[in-house]
Every structure is written in C-alpha cells, then in structure tokens.
Design a protein around this ligand. Sequence first.
Ligand code: ADP
Ligand code: MG
Length: 281
Amino acid sequence: MFGWIKGSKKADPPALDENGLKMVIDIRDITKTYEMGELSLQVLKGVSLQVKQGEFVSIMGPSGSGKSTLMNILGALDQPTSGEYFLDGEDVSKLSEADLARVRNKKIGFVFQNFNLLRRTSAVRQVELPLIYGGTSGRTKKAKAALESVGLGQRIDHLPSELSGGQQQRVAIARALVTEPAMILADEPTGNLDSRSGTEVMQIFQQLNRVQGNTIVFVTHDPWIARHTNRVVMLRDGKVVADRLVANPLVAGEAERPSEAEELEGVFQEAYYGGKKEEYN
Ligand SMILES: Nc1ncnc2c1ncn2[C@@H]1O[C@H](COP(=O)(O)OP(=O)(O)O)[C@@H](O)[C@H]1O
Ligand SMILES: [Mg+2]
C-alpha cells in the first residue's frame, strides 16, 4: 500500500482529491498485449483514467476497441501488461492471483451482460454467495436487504426462470453490491434487455449512485443509456479518445426514448446540404 516502504521510485497517488473525495480508480498508462503463439496483439495502448468516489461513468467505443479488456483489468479479473493500477488507494497492478481474488471479493461488484445467475438457486441464495466466499456473518439478512434495495424484496425465493430479464439483472446487481464494494463494474448490463427492462436497470443504477453514493463504471453501446450517466469515456483502438461530463444526465423513466424513425430522421436531415428538406423534393 505504501510505495515508499517498498522503496518504489514513484510517489503513491494522493488518497483524496482537493474536495476530499477518494480516488477509487487510478490507472496510469495501462497497456495490454495478448500473445497468441507468434502473434501478439496490443489491445490497450496506454490508457489512463481516474474515477472518483461517487462517479457514474459509462465507457463507450466500437466493438473490438478494448472495452471488455479494460473492464477485466479494472475488475482485477486480469492484469495489465504494463502500467499502474491503484484501486481504492491500493496498488493492484503487481498482485498475485490469490491477492487479486481477495481484492475482487472485497472491493469490486461485477455485473455481466448475461446476468451469470445459477439456474437452480433462489434469488436470496445467489446474493449470499459472495458473502459465503468472504466469510461474512449475518448473510441472509444482508442478502435480503440488498434485494430490497433493488426493489425485489417480494421476490427473494424466486428462481431465475421465474423472473423477467430486468429482474434477473437486478438480482445480479444485488449480488454485486451486497459486499459493499468500493465500486460496481458492469460490462454491457443492459445489452441483453429490451428497452423497458433496460430502463428498470438504469433506474436502479441511478438510485444506487445518487442515493447511496455508489461508484459505478459500465460499458454500453447505446448512446441513450450513456446519457443517463454523468460522464462518458470513449475508447477507440485501445486509446481514450474522449472523456467528457454529460451536460444534463437523463433521469431513467422520465424521458421517452426517441423512436428509431425519429433518430433516423436526424441522420437524414444531416445528409442535406443546406436549405430545407422540402426543397429537395
Ligand atoms: N483473451 C484474448 N486473447 C486474444 N485476443 C483477445 C482476447 N480478448 C480480447 N481479444 C481481442 O482484443 C480486442 C479487444 O477486445 P475487447 O476488449 O473484447 O473489445 P470490446 O469489448 O471493446 O468489443 C479484440 O480484437 C479481441 O479479439
Ligand atoms: Mg466487450
């Protein structure tokens, strides 16, 4: 934890920023190269990113730009090839597999696109699992509270097959937050959901972020979903090409998503070379 004890040349990052907020993610010049026999593929080409406590960030970018690779590193599921990663103040870029597992269980809640729920296990037992691994006491009570916080207090004994897609993803979110992690990471959590269920999940994320102050970083392909977060980081070819605050984040469920026809209309309008649309017909 303390770089100077190990005699490291670089100073540790400040634990708090000028407003007294903790830096939850601090990665510096991360690279990731996959070696496949003779071939090597550099997927991340020097990514730096700082995320403070309480932020709600979406990561966007074309398919293959390295979003999942970055999320796996942020989630301590994988190690970078080079660069540094301070997670909640702890240098995790050189930890052993056993220490990474401890960090994952204590500090990170991960939500996956396909929910990753056990088929024959009730909601409350699913949510207890990370607590069993962590050796926590009072597991059932905590699991019930987590399910209540995602609006599933009445569904704790249901199996995944008895729940809608949106509800299943909410169980997965409860499982991610029951250990009170420093942050929640989600790789395309709304990718497999219809738009109504996607809105349901966004409502939960916004509530966790705004009311409980949870730090959330997630990947989405969908600009409409990204507009519900506070900051958008754009990846392209393994580099951050934009990192901006969202001017007026949408509140999930309040605004109506424009229809595809309306969105296309915008695209068509941009294709006119000046003058009004009517003048072209
Ligand atoms: N384990 C792996 N071994 C080799 N190549 C990989 C591996 N994981 C991802 N890749 C490659 O890295 C690139 C980025 O993948 P990924 O991070 O999944 O992108 P994204 O999530 O943005 O679509 C892709 O070209 C993909 O094929
Ligand atoms: Mg991906």
